[in-house]
Ligand binder design. Structure first.
Ligand SMILES: NC(=O)c1ccc[n+]([C@@H]2O[C@H](COP(=O)([O-])OP(=O)(O)OC[C@H]3O[C@@H](n4cnc5c(N)ncnc54)[C@H](OP(=O)(O)O)[C@@H]3O)[C@@H](O)[C@H]2O)c1
Length: 232
């Protein structure tokens, strides 16, 4: 993995060299802003093919790769809560987030639970509550459903990570709530009718502009992080 942006070497066209990035270094690159804004930070993490598909054969696995999974794991390890649409929780057979030894000390220092809680957004509540996601989590899984949503539980989670899918992310963007987007561009073309990473019945009146905070590259994949100016 190497860093394309920001460039640390002042030489023209310089880039970082290819090397293994220790998890701690990746975690430092993707750290949430300190101090955290009062309202917290909502970061989204998605992967897209070159032609804009958010999944292949109904799953994102086929358009992901080892580097993407490493970044995915680091982003989870930094979050208080992972917010996911019920479509993704059902389709990707979501399991509870794991407590990982590599991140235990840093999480404890930040006053975080050993693993992020998963919060599933669902209107229908068509969820299988006998699955490990609900029966075996390190931190109890939340279900957010319309007027019943425990808003105080969500507000208490200040480092939020939305892992999609496109319907949920579309609504979060349309509500102008997304502070950051960590987008992996994977080196595939798929055509087909897979949706792009976000869609909602309505678009923002004025497109929200983000600025690049970092771009890493590995094995043809680009790992981008874009932020609103209110975030880091
Ligand atoms: N490329 C990526 O990074 C990425 C990431 C995640 C998922 N995916 C892929 O995306 C696909 C699934 O995405 P999707 O767009 O169909 O589903 P989704 O966004 O994961 O979930 C949609 C569901 O979430 C619930 N929901 C969303 N907004 C809501 C709101 N405002 N209020 C109440 N409930 C709400 C509803 O659940 P109910 O139906 O239960 O009411 C809705 O049907 C899968 O193929 C998955 O592999 C790709």
């Amino acid at each position: 993995m190497r860093r394309l942006f920001p460039v640390t070497d002042p030489a023209p066209n310089a880039t970082d060299t290819d090397r293994e990035w220790p998890l701690a270094e990746l975690a430092a690159l993707y750290a949430y802003p300190e101090p955290l804004p009062e309202a917290g930070v909502l970061r989204a993490n998605m992967v897209t093919t070159l032609d804009g598909a958010a999944f292949h054969d109904g799953r994102s696995q086929g358009i992901s790769g080892p580097g993407d999974m490493r970044v995915f794991g680091v982003l989870r390890a930094l979050a208080d809560v992972v917010v996911v649409g019920a479509g993704t929780a059902r389709g990707e057979r979501y399991r509870p987030a794991k407590a990982r030894e590599a991140f235990a000390a840093a999480r404890a220092e930040r006053g975080q639970a050993p693993a992020a809680a998963i919060a599933v957004v669902s209107a229908s509540l068509d969820l299988d509550f006998t699955l490990p996601l609900f029966t075996e989590p390190v931190v109890p899984t939340l279900v957010l459903t319309g007027a019943e949503a425990p808003a105080e539980r969500v507000a208490a989670a200040r480092r939020q990570l939305a892992e999609g899918g496109p319907q949920l992310l579309g609504r979060l963007i349309a509500a102008d709530t997304v502070d950051e987007l960590c987008l992996t561009v994977s080196p595939f073309l798929t055509a087909g009718d897979a949706s792009r990473i976000a869609h909602a019945p309505q678009a923002l009146t004025t497109p929200a502009r983000l600025r690049p905070a970092s771009i890493l590259a590995e094995d043809g994949f680009l790992f981008t992080r874009y932020v609103r100016d209110t975030a880091a």
